[in-house]
Design a protein around this ligand. Sequence first.
Ligand code: AMP
Ligand code: MG
Length: 419
Amino acid sequence: MTSAPSAPRKPLMPLDDALAQLLAAVAPLSAQEAVSTFDADGRVLAVAVVSGLQVPGFDNSAMDGYAVRAEDLLNGLHELHVTQRIAAGSTGQRVEPGTAARIFTGAPVPPGADAVVMQEDCELLSDGSDPAPARIRVKGVPLPGQHIRHAGEDVQQGQCVLPAGTRLGPAELGLAASIGMAQLPVVRKPRVALLSTGDELVMPGAVAPQDMPPGAIYNSNRFFLLNLLRRMGCEVADLGIVPDDRAATIGALQRAAADNDVILTSGGVSVGEEDHIKPAVQSLGTLDLWQIGIKPGKPFAHGRIGAAHFIGLPGNPVSSYVTFLLLVRPFLLRLQGVQDVAMKSIAARADFDWPKADKRREFLRVRRNANGGLDLFGNQSSGVLTSAVWGDGVVDVPPGQPVLYGQTVRYIPFSELLA
Ligand code: AMP
Ligand code: MG
């Protein structure tokens, strides 16, 4: 990556503008497929899920204890005959005045009963062994309705529980299952071609560390990009390494465009003579976005080759990682029909100084400490991937602003960006 001789510098596009432009270019995928609810984690709902029943389906006990008529106890009766036993999955008979039903969590509250007394608040007066029925003494007076989970308090029949465009996670899958959905209609997976560029790249396993030729490095971007894409619900065509050569780059991009929704490249998108991506994309299609005002991650590009989107990420591993999280992730979510793709930052205290303000908006790798503040990783170089492993998130520093020790900053956890 060598700098071009000094041409007048255009201000770089701000991240928010670049993201808005990127999202505006997305036509969400319309094709859908039904997948097992077991396998729908990370996928996006194509159609709203509406409940055909109420949840819970019936009034049921929230405790192990006794179902009683509150009125009996309100009227001064404290000893009740236990005339039935209702376990989860079974049903009971009417609770007559002066009686109680032994009941367990999740069992339907029998007719006649209007409160459950937990077993800790009852004294067993006889052991209930046949044929004598058990008797209990109830401590205190229950409130009508206590410890009863009411029919429909979770979900009403006809309620939309998950709107179209919902990204499904474990909780959503559980909720869908609770209303009987064994399959879910989801948006088809985006097809993404992944290309790594660089003559210096060697695959782990192809050459042992002690045999690495001078100047060679292992291809690390390919590993995190492939797995980030999979996490985003994509079907990845990993097209390997493209040499730093114009014709080879054009050929690879052409093949990738043929049957993919997105082509994602890393490296080769800067301004040096060995950076062939930009001219190759321009010769095959259009380049709509090139370079943005963030650090790390300036060499980011978006364009079109035929029907496919082209997205070029920087080669430097941290730049590649951060630009994926900040730009490619929301792009891929929107492609699958997710509306709210904005990243949510939270206020946190910087337990560090970052005195040298940069012209670009910076994303510093940090980690929460035990005192409720953020520590800074010592080396913020865009090639230092250990910063992304040590860190548990980034601080979003506005352009031209230093960070002073103790200052409140905007923190974005990686857990937010990797989900
Ligand atoms: P480039 O954008 O191609 O100029 O690459 C910038 C820096 O990132 C160079 O030091 C490259 O060697 C490095 N780099 C590019 N691609 C990869 C990759 N796939 N894995 C690790 N480092 C890379
Ligand atoms: Mg390169």
